[in-house]
Design a binder for this molecule. Structure first.
Ligand SMILES: [Zn+2]
Length: 744
């Protein structure tokens, strides 16, 4: 259950990877046939084969679960509990000998710590492993293979599996937003079903100190709460909570690594004990997210006495050999003016404050060593002269990963563009606003990357431990309005939001860390995810429901649209009038024709009809400039005159729907030429000019006078309205754009 430093650094990794690569190649060659549709396991096993035509194992009312080795007891019992929950059947795990008709947990000494072999046939199921992790993971795979409904027969299968990387982590930031112990346990469950094995627990930051330290009680009395009255937020985990969480995690093969920041991101500690800062000033707990310039004074003996006291208690609580010390984003303005810090620089002959941080990091590392711990820090630590036994969590510079690995540092990859799950998944309207400083991390971006830096010398590859996602919670701070719409279920709104940001992206992360690279492909992953979403729903997880996968096809000048529902048993519902579809809108099945004026919108509806996805708006029909009104039409290359004006007609029927002032805007969207506009007329019932604006304007990479204003005075219900524009491209007709109309 524990990673020892040696097992994590895993000198045998390259040979193991090579072996798994070979297994994956075998799996790709045969096995994915007959029952492939039923074998939807995430993360995809290294080797999976379905014997063609072989009958599966029927689950009757009471299938015995036996473990032949006492070390498998915990995994067998957790499996039995999950089966009871999933099937309402009477599953109980007992010690005993293997026998036909049973689900057997047995020992296979040849397997790596997290590896397992799973065999299912008509006579039963067998999970062979050498340690709790392997048995637990074999059981997770078996759970995913057990049908959710209908005839409960587990398909016949032979799986031989082990992870590609030894570190498959997720960070939860409980400092900026305090997540309850109950939620943390739920989060561990989410991780466990995806075979993720490192819970990186961000317990300390400027906005909150979340871990009880008995010797320094003010850390949590003062540092765990902020704000006043209704806006007061906070909480912390007692040492007994932490022991419970660590044990719960260990049973699920998850190692808990605490992050206790040094020297920056520590305002919460300085609010409790101002004497630990350079200025000794009393600060207030911050109620807004910012990175404080107040950091520990590393020049005072008192600070080191404090750190020793804190880390002694931390080391005793967490069996992991790793302690994350942050180390990022330290601002040195206080150190620069502090006589104590400056005297260390002088005595130690350091070149400035950056080297002072390096000195402090090395001192911390030396302090932790006798406590059986080594440190991991954000990649900033690399430039601090920290020793090669320091682990680096690289978040923005792939070069740091390469440099660090070559220098011998163990490396964990937390790239912002692939693993920062506080970034939204899309820019679709209705997406809960999340981190805005990085682009959306789509499911595909979370999936399509490789932790192994390109061109890393063979000898350094063993230093790449694996991927680690980050769910920062600064977006959860005092912004209940942000969470007002979606997902917004229940009272623990922020916790629902954390579910939403985490799922399904940790499934992508899990496969990045588990499945050998040659076996990974996004299309296959998305296909397998279809069966995982209903399992999330069964567990009550408020995952982000994926938007429908829509295909638009041109046939004979017309556009046809078809949809694939990304959730097994769910449906795709649509509208064509631009209104928001609901669970009761028509189903989009087969192929439907959409016209130029149709405004296709579609959603995914879960099997129970209760939750829906965000709205997919057709690329062909979606409005790129909703603020300018509704789309009356588009022009395409070749349609406008080239150099001389030519009339083009756009249908405004239904868009002119009352008397009033209207603005008609021409907006270029592409092509080599801008569109010149020599004025417009509004034609009623194809015959009568009821309004006109005949000024000259143009639209291209720049626009001038491209808005036309007309007044409709005697609107008639049922009348048709057309916009007739005299238009041409300035030097040719390679131009395209959209015409929009809006009533003022
Ligand atoms: Zn100082």
């Amino acid at each position: 259950m524990r990673h020892h430093p040696d097992s994590l650094a895993l000198p045998s990794l390259p040979s193991r990877l090579a072996r798994l690569g070979a297994l994956a190649a075998l799996a790709a060659g045969f096995g994915f046939h007959a029952n492939a549709a039923e074998l939807t396991v995430v993360p995809l096993p290294a080797q999976i084969a379905a014997p063609e035509g072989a009958p599966g194992f029927p689950l009757g009312g009471a299938v015995p679960i036996v473990y032949t080795d006492p070390a498998a007891k915990s995994a067998a019992e957790l499996f039995a509990a999950s089966m009871r929950e999933a099937t309402q059947g009477k599953f109980v795990a007992t010690a005993g000998a293997a026998r036909p008709g049973a689900i057997v947990f047995e020992r296979a000494a040849d397997l790596p710590r997290e590896g397992y072999r799973l065999t299912v046939d008509a006579k039963g199921a067998r999970i062979a492993a050498s340690a709790n992790g392997g048995w637990f993971y074999g059981a997770q795979t078996l759970l995913q293979l057990t049908p959710r409904a209908g005839a409960k027969t587990i398909p016949a299968v032979n799986i031989s599996d082990a992870p590609a990387y030894p570190w498959r982590g997720v960070m939860l930031d409980v400092s900026r937003y305090f997540f309850s112990k109950k939620y943390v346990l739920r989060y561990l469950d989410m991780m466990a079903m995806h075979k993720l094995n490192v819970f990186h627990w961000h317990l300390v930051d400027d906005c909150g100190w979340r871990i009880e330290i008995k010797r320094y009680p003010k850390l949590t009395e003062i540092g765990a709460f902020r704000g006043q009255g209704d806006a007061r937020h906070g909480g912390f985990y007692t040492q007994s909570d932490i022991r419970e969480i660590v044990a719960y995690a260990a049973a699920r093969n998850i190692e808990v690594i605490p992050e206790i920041e040094v020297p920056a991101h520590t305002l919460s500690a300085l609010c409790a004990y101002p004497e630990l800062g350079c200025t000794k000033k009393q600060f207030e707990m911050p109620v807004k997210h910012s990175i404080s310039p107040e950091i520990y004074c590393v020049g005072k003996p008192k600070t080191w006495e404090f750190l020793d006291g804190v880390f002694t208690e931390v080391a005793a609580l967490f069996p992991s050999p790793w302690i994350h010390i942050g180390g990022d984003e330290a601002r040195y303005s206080r150190w620069k003016k502090c006589p104590d810090c400056q005297s260390v620089i002088k005595e130690q002959k350091l070149k400035g404050e950056h080297e002072l941080q390096g000195w402090a990091t090395r001192r911390l590392s030396a302090m932790l060593k006798p406590k059986g711990k080594r440190i991991v820090g954000w990649s900033e630590v690399l430039g601090c002269g920290a020793g090669p036994d320091t682990g680096l969590m690289v978040w923005h510079q792939p070069n740091d990963a390469k440099k660090g690995a070559i220098a011998g540092h163990p490396i964990v990859l937390s790239y912002t563009g692939n693993t920062y799950f506080d970034a939204p998944e899309s820019k679709l309207p209705g997406e809960p606003p999340a981190a805005t400083w990085i682009p959306p991390v789509t499911l595909q971006r979370a999936y399509e990357w490789d932790p192994m830096p390109a061109n890393l010398p063979e000898a350094a590859r063993k230093n790449i431990l694996g991927p680690n996602a980050c769910l920062w919670s600064d977006q959860f701070l005092h912004t209940p309005d942000k969470l007002a719409d979606r997902p917004g279920e229940g009272t623990a709104r922020s916790e629902a939001y954390a579910d939403y940001l985490t799922l399904p992206r940790i499934a992508a992360l899990a496969e990045v860390g588990w499945t050998p690279k040659p076996s990974r492909n996004f299309a296959g992953f998305r296909e397998r995810m279809a069966t995982l979403y209903p399992r999330y729903a069964d567990k009550g997880y408020l995952f982000r429901v994926p938007t429908p996968e829509i295909t638009e096809e041109k046939r004979g000048g017309e556009t046809f649209v078809s949809a694939r529902c990304p959730v097994e048993g769910g449906s795709v519902r649509y509208t064509l009038d631009g209104s928001e579809p609901t669970a009761d809108s028509p189903k989009l099945e087969g192929s439907i024709k959409v016209g130029e004026k149709d405004n296709l919108r579609a959603i995914t509806v879960l099997p129970d009809g209760k939750r829906t996805s965000l709205v997919y708006a057709s690329k062909q029909t979606q409005n790129p400039f909703p603020e300018l009104g509704a789309v009356a039409g588009r022009w395409k290359p070749g349609q406008p005159g080239a150099g001389t004006p030519k009339p083009m007609t756009f249908d405004a029927t239904g868009l002119i729907n009352a008397n009033g002032d209207y603005e008609i805007t021409f907006r270029y969207t592409g092509g080599a030429q801008r569109l010149e506009i020599d004025g417009i007329k509004i034609l009623r019932n194809d015959s009568e000019v009821v309004a006109a604006d005949e000024h000259h304007g143009f639209t291209g990479s720049q626009h001038k006078d491209n808005v036309y204003k007309v007044k409709i005075k005697d609107y008639q219900t049922g009348a048709s309205f057309k916009i007739v524009a005299q238009v041409y491209g300035d030097e040719g007709s390679n131009t395209e754009g959209v015409v929009l109309i809006k009533r003022k």
